[in-house]
Structure formats: C-alpha cells, structure tokens
Design a protein around this ligand. Structure first.
Ligand SMILES: Nc1nc2c(ncn2[C@@H]2O[C@H](COP(=O)(O)OP(=O)(O)OP(=O)(O)O)[C@@H](O)[C@H]2O)c(=O)[nH]1
Ligand SMILES: [Mg+2]
Length: 426
C-alpha cells in the first residue's frame, strides 16, 4: 500500500502559521485521530488537536481536508494550519511520524504524486518548479506563462492524432481508386502545425531568464572593471587596487538589475607583454569568457574591442578623473561618483531584453525545446516523404516527441532529476 506522507509545506519556523500537509490513503483517518469527527470537506475549520494515545493537547488550529478526486496530489489530502512555533511543530510531527504507514515526505514527493496520479503533466511540474525558484518579476511572469505550454502541447497532440488518423485513412483507401484520399486536408493541417511549432521554437529560450544574462567586463588592467562590478552589485565582489593585474581569475556575481537576472563576470585585465605566467592564464580565461558572453562591457577607449555587433557595449570608465580624455560617443561611467551607472544599467537591461523571451510570452526550457524541435523535425520529414508508409512513421516520431515533452512517456532518470530539484513539502 502507498505510504501516507507528511511535511511542513510553509517556511521554516518560527513563523505565524506552519502548514503541514498530509497526503495518502490514511490522511483522513489520521486527521480524525487528531481532531475527532471530520469537518466538512474543503472547509477550513478550527479544531483542537490532541495526541491520539494520551489525549495530550497539541494545538488549536485550522484544519482542512480534500478528497482524492479534488486534491492536488490526487490522494486524500489534509492541511494542518498550526501555530508556527518550533515546539508545536515538533510535537505534531512526532505524533504523525509515530502512526503506522505514515512517514516524512521526500523532496518534491507531493508533486511527484500529483504527476503520477495525472494531476499535473511534466510541463506543469516544470512551470511550478520555475515559479518556486523565481526571484525576479520577469522569471515569475515566465513561469506563469509556461503553464500555458501544457494546454498548447495538448492542442498539438490532438492535431497530430487527427493528422495521423487522416493519413491512416488515406493509406487504407489508396488501394481503392474510386475513393479520393484527403491529401489537401493532410497538407493543410501539417503546414499549420509546422508553422505553429516553428513560431514557438523561434522565440528566445527561458535559460537566460533563469540563469541570468552573462555580462563580461573586459579591458586593460586598472581600467576599473572590478570597481564597476562592485558598484553595480552593491557589494564587494572582487578585490580592487591601484596595482595593475589585481584580478587574475574569473569572478562571477549574480545580480538583479531592473528586474532582470544578470551574471556579471569580472576578468583579468587584458595586456600582452610584461604579464607573468599566472596572469597570462587569467587573460586566456578572460578571452574565453568574452567569447561566450551574451554582452561584453568593453572598458578600453582606444583598443579595438574583441567582440562586435549587438554583444558589445563600449564605455568610458573612470570618467571622473581629470586627464582621462573622454572618447567621443562612449558612455562615461564612474564607479567612484556613480556617474553613468544608471545609464549603464538601463543599457544592459535594454540589450538583455532582446535576448530574453518577451513578457508573458511562452518561453521554452532547453529540455522542452529539444523535444519540440524533434516533433517539428518529424513533421518536416513527414511532409517531404513521398512514401506514405514512411511518412506515417515520421508522424509517429513527432507524436512520441510530444509525449516525451509532457512526460507521458517519461523515463525514470529524467523524472528523478526533475523532482529532486523540489523542496520538501512541495
Ligand atoms: N577615480 C576613479 N578611480 C577608479 C574608478 N574605478 C576604479 N578606480 C581605481 O582604479 C584602480 C583600479 O581599479 P580596479 O577596479 O582594481 O581595476 P581593474 O580593471 O579591475 O584592474 P585589474 O584587476 O588589475 O585588471 C583602483 O585604484 C581603483 O580605486 C573610478 O571610476 N574613478
Ligand atoms: Mg580587477
């Protein structure tokens, strides 16, 4: 029999309220043992909780229960809204853990049960995971929009099934010359699906949104890279000094600027001659980061930037200092006076916006994009394949890709990896 699981689903104690969730076949029995006769289903009710054996008073708390057909986990579910003190929680949890067949939940286990019982598909689970880890406004909106993917995938799946049915029918009829095959409908539906999937695939992915847009600060030693990163991050991320060659390794600082997640990367000052072997390794690393960056803040007024185009942001650093000629057209920025910092942030946010999914527009994760791309590819091959039997096989591959996307055909290791990212009580 399935275990009944419980966990604290709200934040760490002490808190005003601690919500303990219990899910599984014995959840209702357990609630009855704690509070006596059950209140109405889905009705938050004030009850006295007592330890089943001793009758000892545990807490007075709001309790609520849901039958399996209506709960998020698809099992009988109980919520105890306890006073959020550590001792209250300990006492109640000790009583729960003592009951036979009842144990503490593993991380993500409530969500895992919801998935197993068909309450959520994998895309919805991922959206939930993203929502829980969202730290910026943009991440929160993207996570909420991601939920819409599940419905979209279901539409595509139905359209694909319909398409397959048309193709099968055409195959059956191909022996009988007098029955025309439905080639026009098949072509139209195929083209529509390809276009629809293509549109979603063409959008920027969600990775940058959650992992942060990678901005590398590069320029000669002493140009003020580390000082500028410290000023933008509002904390001492890197050591700064008047000694040229202070920064040698790559230092990353995740920051939120203008509601967008960035990873600011400090690098060793770029110079050729005169640098020692360790500094040279630092410079090699800097060059690698520059090559991989989404954006590069180039802090050299004279030297030719190592990147071009949309990735490049040129500034005139240490702009407060007399004697440093302001190069024409470069944004003057000073880590000391704060001049130009706001303008630089605005520029970073503006450039980042081009790399990120548009607000509340559906953005795919790498995993989602891979499966969707496989589906798209299957459809393209289906359209080009003159042999109807082989074409039907391409369609099957496309359908399989969508099933992989929603987890209908989920492999265990993938599921383990995903659910392990959840916290206990979720
Ligand atoms: N006046 C003024 N001084 C600055 C500014 N930014 C940095 N400095 C000074 O310039 C020197 C070098 O600054 P860093 O931030 O260490 O320069 P860096 O580019 O990281 O140097 P390396 O790590 O050696 O490549 C330090 O003495 C800083 O105090 C600025 O905006 N204005
Ligand atoms: Mg430095």
């Amino acid at each position: 029999m399935t275990d009944t699981i419980f966990a604290l689903s709200s934040g760490a104690p002490p808190a005003a309220i601690a919500v303990v969730r219990v899910s599984g076949p014995q959840a209702l029995e357990l609630l009855e043992a704690l509070v006596g006769p059950l209140p109405d289903e889905r009705r938050l009710s004030l009850r006295t909780l007592r330890a089943p054996g001793s009758g000892e008073l545990l807490d007075r708390a709001l309790v609520v229960w849901f039958a399996g057909e209506r709960s998020v986990t698809g099992e009988a579910l109980v919520e105890l809204h306890l006073h959020g003190g550590r001792a209250v929680l300990d006492a109640v949890e000790a009583v729960l853990a003592d009951m036979p067949g009842v144990r503490r939940a593993r991380p993500g286990e409530f969500t895992w049960r919801a998935f197993r019982n068909g309450r959520l598909d994998l895309v919805q689970v991922e959206s939930l995971s993203d929502l829980l880890r969202a730290e910026t406004e943009a991440q929160r909106r993207a996570a909420l929009a991601e939920e819409g993917l599940s419905g979209k995938v279901e539409q595509w799946r139905r359209a694909l099934l319909h398409l397959s049915a048309l193709v099968e029918a055409a195959l059956d009829q191909s022996d009988e010359d007098d029955v025309p095959s439905d080639r026009t409908a098949i072509d139209a539906l195929g083209a529509e699906l390809i276009a629809d999937l293509g549109r979603v695939l063409a959008r920027p992915g969600a990775e940058r949104l959650f992992d942060g847009v990678r901005v590398v600060f590069a320029g000669p030693p002493n140009s003020g890279k580390s000082s500028l990163i410290n000023a933008l991050a509002g904390r001492e991320v890197a050591i700064t000094s008047a000694i040229a060659g202070t920064t040698r390794d790559v230092i990353e600082a995740p920051v939120k600027l203008g509601g967008v997640a960035f990873v600011l990367t400090d690098t060793a000052g770029l110079r050729g001659a005169g640098s020692d072997p360790i500094e040279r390794i630092g410079i090699e690393r800097a060059e690698r980061r520059i090559a991989e960056a989404d954006l590069v803040v180039w802090m050299d007024e004279t030297a030719e930037p190592h990147v071009r185009g949309d990735r490049l942001i040129r500034i005139h650093p240490r702009s407060d200092e007399p004697g440093r000629e302001q190069a024409a057209g470069l944004l003057p920025v000073s880590a000391v006076t704060g001049e130009g910092l706001g303008a630089l942030v605005a520029l970073l946010v503006e450039r980042a916006a081009q790399l990120l999914p548009r607000e509340s527009e559906l953005a795919l994760s790498r995993r989602q994009r891979e499966h969707l791309a496989r589906c798209h590819e299957g459809l393209l091959q289906f359209r080009q394949e003159p042999d109807e039997l082989i074409a039907a096989e391409h369609l099957r591959v496309a359908r399989q890709a969508l099933d992989d996307l929603t987890g209908r055909a989920g492999t265990e290791d993938l599921l383990d990896a995903l659910f392990a990212t959840f916290c206990i009580g979720k």
